[in-house]
Design a protein around this ligand. Structure first.
Ligand code: PRP
Length: 173
């Protein structure tokens, strides 16, 4: 297997600075509650959080999905829940990638039931061609084609998360 750089580090960092500035402009005064979805989003979260100037808290959630990308009936399970209530809070879900949309469609509904003031999504990568469930992504870093990507938090069998660039993992003949 070979790696081909799809989005180099400099482009990722520049785009995240823009996203942080946009988020700062969009929200009313008050604390923003960043919810990082483990594990893939942890690298994006750490850069996005520092690109945001306003008060922000950081929380983590673990989600696992079965049959993702293959069927709309993909089952989603919370493996680690938030430690605090989000009632009345402005919540920004931070994800590395939106693929079928099954994970974020489920999660958005779940968090909305907890009566936050708002729930929005920030995703570094969006693969719109793969969507099976509707997801409203307020902040998208890059739309990408339907290729298998790794790096900058994204893995293949837990490998490559620590690459600085987003790369396509290509089968070598
Ligand atoms: C990835 C990604 C999203 C989800 C997106 O997580 O971080 O949570 O898949 O896919 P979907 O739109 O088809 O639901 P993954 O399950 O690979 O876990 P990881 O972040 O721990 O690698």
């Amino acid at each position: 297997m070979a790696l081909r750089v799809l989005i180099p580090e400099e482009k990722i960092q520049a785009r995240i600075r823009e996203m942080g500035a946009q988020i700062d402009r969009d929200y009313p005064d008050g604390t923003l509650h960043l919810v990082c979805i483990l594990k893939g989003a942890c690298i994006f979260l750490s850069d996005l959080a520092r690109a945001i100037q306003r008060d922000a808290t950081i929380e983590f959630m673990g989600i696992s999905s079965y049959g993702r990308g293959k069927t709309t009936s993909g089952e989603v399970k919370v493996t680690k829940d938030l430690d605090t209530s989000v009632e009345g809070a402005d919540v920004l879900i931070v994800e590395d990638i939106v693929d079928s949309g099954v994970t974020l469609n489920y999660l958005t509904h779940l968090l909305q039931q907890r009566r936050p003031r708002s729930v929005r999504i920030a995703a570094l990568l969006d693969k719109p061609d793969r969507r099976l469930r509707p997801v409203d992504v307020a902040y998208v870093g890059f739309q990408i084609p339907d290729e298998f990507v790794v790096g900058y938090g994204l893995d293949y069998a837990e490998k490559y998360r620590n690459l600085r660039d987003v790369c396509v993992l290509e089968q070598t003949p």
